[in-house]
Design a protein around this ligand. Structure first.
Ligand code: PEP
Length: 245
């Protein structure tokens, strides 16, 4: 039986004051799955402390990105060792905003995934198709290739201890959500590509998840939780999503 997982991706939002107010308002009573908070890098120590004192045993800390490099002259980058130093457990790799705005291709994403795994972090690998790709019936080919880039570099047993997030690019921050059936079809496909680890891997859906649509998505057999952007900035709404998982 897989545990549910809901991850908050605050993106480049928040402040010290915001984080403190958010955790003051957050009430996770009634939730029993895993919950992960991914604030911007500068707030990791603070959010780590707030998570610790939240009293919710299944809460963890995550980063939104990481360098594939170990250390050295890479201005502006943050290494896996630095994340470990801050008690970070999860790291998002291959978010569509990193792929499109910062030109991270699948080969680079795979090296980040490998660095995270080797350091003992849990990579949350984001995959998903654009609207054009969906309309051209290429969604599964695109997602299959994004997964293959990782397994070809890291090895076919790379999925053990990883999390996958299916995030159709056309649904991120747009208010458009895949229907539960559309999302389930892709999740089932992804699980079938993960080999022996497939039945154990948590596969999240991401793309305009809100309290109002979370329950119908989570009812699907292969949807184990969500990666939540916009709605994770509202403590009450985010807690409701966590309770639905
Ligand atoms: C995301 O950033 O991963 C995301 C899914 O954003 P939103 O929930 O705002 O669509």
């Amino acid at each position: 039986m897989r545990r549910s997982l809901v991850a908050a991706n605050w993106k480049m939002n928040g402040s010290r004051e915001f984080a403190e107010a958010f955790f003051k308002a957050l009430d996770l009573k009634g939730a029993n799955g895993d919950v992960v908070f991914c604030p911007p890098f500068p707030y990791l120590p603070l959010v780590g402390e707030l998570v610790e004192s939240s009293g919710y045993d299944n809460a963890g800390l995550g980063a939104q990105n990481v360098s594939e490099q170990e250390a050295g002259a890479f201005t502006g980058e943050v290494s896996v060792a630095m994340l470990k130093d801050l008690a970070v457990r999860y790291v998002i790799v291959g978010h569509s905003e990193r792929r499109s705005l910062y030109h991270e291709d699948s080969a680079l994403v795979a090296t980040k995934f490998r660095a995270a795994r080797e350091a003992g972090l849990v990579p949350i690998l984001c995959v998903g198709e654009t609207l054009e790709e969906r309309e051209a019936s290429q969604a599964l080919d695109v997602i299959g290739a994004q997964l293959d880039a990782v397994s070809e570099l890291v090895g076919s047993d790379c999925w053990n201890g990883a999390v996958i997030a299916y995030e159709p690019v056309w649904a991120i921050g747009t208010g458009k959500t895949a229907t539960p059936e559309e999302a389930q079809a892709v999740h089932e496909f992804i699980r079938s590509r993960l080999g022996a680890a497939g039945p154990q891997v948590q596969i999240l859906y991401g793309g305009s998840v809100k309290a109002a649509n979370a329950a119908s998505l989570f009812e699907q057999p292969d949807i184990d939780g969500a990666l939540v952007g916009g709605a994770s900035l509202d403590a009450a709404e985010f807690a409701e999503i966590c309770r639905a998982a």
